[in-house]
Ligand binder design. Structure first.
Ligand SMILES: *[C@@H]1O[C@H](CO)[C@@H](O)[C@H](O)[C@H]1NC(C)=O
Ligand SMILES: *[C@@H]1O[C@H](CO)[C@@H](O)[C@H](O)[C@H]1NC(C)=O
Ligand SMILES: *[C@@H]1O[C@H](CO)[C@@H](O)[C@H](O)[C@H]1NC(C)=O
Length: 335
């Protein structure tokens, strides 16, 4: 009994050794990943020696097909360029996602793998936090259907069913409810936040896909240079009860929470802000700017998405440059 248990342990160890050997073998060789938009061409550079190119379909990994063998293209998905130095998959779609394996038949250790991910859109639109995202629908037969996939599944789990946001009966589903408006020219999602990032698919009255757009939401970025003693104005963009304000002085690297949902924290004393910081509506003011205040103010929403950043720097008066601390460092005027 004891002996067989030990034998089992040994064989389990051997098995796991075998598995890890197999794993490290499969990780050997070059592997890279590439992400393309829907409809782009996927170009594979072929090495000078002869290779066999196979494709392992992501949505059906047991299905492997040969794309090129003996210098010849097989099947109708791939094409080569004139001098056989590129293999091209035209206008990629979801079905082309997977692993492309280039094997040198003369040297089994010479294997290159390229993992292809196809985004669930043909273009990406960048919108500032809180702004309006317009999807043009000119010429699309109504009623229109709008589908949405969040950023976490958009590119690499596109086969997951999308959420139907807008249908013929005009109902818009939860996350975007109340923020969607439809006109003849466009569908608009208003007041976007990081939580709205992902892909949006427009289907016409027949259910045919007419457009796929990805939304990327960027924060507002401001650089402000002030003279000593001036007042800094920080626009919170949202109601102060819906944001957190962080501050990272230039001399430090980690952000410190200055204001939480409209309430200043005790941390403001660490920077000598206690009598200089104030809040009015959705504006925060810092009075009597000092050189040591230079740093980054970051506004985030309650989900942690960055709404806006303000980089504060010190502006020197004309002619003051040679008297500042710089001159000591650079040694211009000290002798
Ligand atoms: C990959 O598999 C999916 C699902 O079976 C199929 O629709 C698609 O055409 C396949 N891709 C290729 C390039 O054969
Ligand atoms: C898919 O992409 C998201 C975001 O880039 C990432 O967090 C997630 O781990 C990825 N999932 C898979 C299965 O690769
Ligand atoms: C903004 O927040 C305050 C509380 O800080 C609240 O009384 C007010 O109704 C909010 N305004 C809006 C427009 O949400």
């Amino acid at each position: 009994m004891k002996k067989s248990a030990m034998m089992m342990t040994v064989s389990v160890i051997m098995l796991s050794l075998l598995i890890s050997a197999a794993l490290s073998a499969s990780l050997k060789g070059k592997e890279e990943s590439i992400t393309l938009f829907h409809g782009e061409d996927f170009v594979i550079l072929l090495p000078p020696h002869e290779v066999e190119v196979t494709f392992r379909n992501r949505s059906d990994p047991r299905k492997t097909s040969v794309l090129m063998r003996g210098g010849k293209v097989i099947g109708n998905r791939a094409k080569t360029t004139l001098h056989l130095n590129h293999l091209i998959i035209k206008a990629v779609g979801e079905g082309d996602e997977g692993l492309y394996i280039l094997e040198n038949l003369k040297d089994p250790n010479d294997v290159k793998k390229i993992s292809l991910i196809v985004r669930d859109c043909t273009i990406e639109q960048i919108t500032k936090y809180g702004g309006n995202f317009h999807i043009p629908v000119v010429g699309v037969n109504t009623p229109i259907t709008l589908e949405y996939r969040p950023i976490a599944v958009e590119a690499n789990q596109t086969s997951r069913p999308a959420t139907v946001v807008l249908t013929a009966t005009g109902i818009s589903m939860k996350p975007l409810q109340g923020r969607i408006s439809v006109s003849e020219r466009s569908i608009t999602v208003s007041a976007v936040t990081g939580a709205d990032e992902g892909s949006y698919t427009i289907r016409d009255s027949e259910g045919v896909i007419q457009m796929k757009v990805c939304l990327k939401v960027k924060e507002h970025k401001n650089h402000v240079n002030l003279l000593n003693g001036e007042r800094l104005k920080i626009n919170l963009i949202l109601n102060s009860s819906l944001v957190q304000l962080y501050y990272t002085p230039d001399s430090e690297s980690s952000p410190v929470l200055l204001m939480d949902k409209g309430e200043f924290t005790s941390a403001q004393a660490n920077f000598g802000f206690e009598d200089r910081l104030s809040l009015e509506g959705s504006m925060v003011f810092l009075d009597q700017m000092k050189a040591s205040d230079a740093g980054l103010f970051t506004i985030t929403d309650l989900q942690g998405f960055t709404v806006s950043t303000v980089q504060l720097g010190l502006k020197r008066k004309k002619g003051m440059e040679l008297n500042g601390p710089r001159c000591h460092i650079e040694g211009f005027c000290c002798h």
